[in-house]
Design a protein around this ligand. Structure first.
Ligand code: SF4
Ligand code: SF4
Length: 145
């Protein structure tokens, strides 16, 4: 059972991790899970036929319970990553939008450059990001309203 949070690691719920767009999580091995309705939404966003999108950009998840986006050939990089940008940013899966605030994978802190911000300062930080036109790459949509 985990002990109390360390001093420099506030308890869950006390902070919001602000994405720094390092793209490391888009290169992490594993599934990019497509939940119900997300496959259709992304195909529509890309202006593609659903069957064509599914055949070209998806595969079965490792546990075979649904679909995942595919990786680029010979790497773990998500097929939708273009340089430092997500090609489907406005329609990206919930799994992407939530990381690392709604879920995390083991060892995430070694690769993720997101900065923890106290919840009380979140609105000010988001305001500053909008002013500098830096959209939050992996923002939890609920927190960005
Ligand atoms: S869909 Fe976009 S945000 Fe999600 S892993 Fe792929 S490139 Fe990254
Ligand atoms: S969520 Fe973390 S790992 Fe992913 S792009 Fe943002 S800072 Fe990088």
């Amino acid at each position: 059972m985990p002990g109390p949070p360390a001093k420099d690691e506030p308890g869950e719920g006390d902070v919001y991790y602000v994405c720094q767009r390092c793209t490391n999580c888009c290169k992490w091995p594993g599934d990019v899970v497509l939940e119900n309705g997300e496959t259709e939404a992304i195909a529509k966003f890309l202006g593609m036929d659903l069957l064509e999108f599914t055949e070209r950009y998806t595969r079965l998840r490792e546990n075979r319970t649904g679909l995942s986006l595919i990786e680029k050939e010979g790497s773990h990089e998500c097929i939708m990553l273009e340089g430092a940008d997500c090609r489907i940013q406005a329609a990206k899966p919930k799994q992407c939008a939530g990381f690392p605030n709604t879920w995390k994978f083991p060892g995430w802190r070694k690769v993720c450059e997101a900065i923890p911000v106290p919840m009380s300062d979140l609105q000010e930080v988001q305001h500053q990001q909008r002013e500098t036109h830096h959209s939050c790459y992996h923002a939890n949509d609920d927190m960005n309203e």
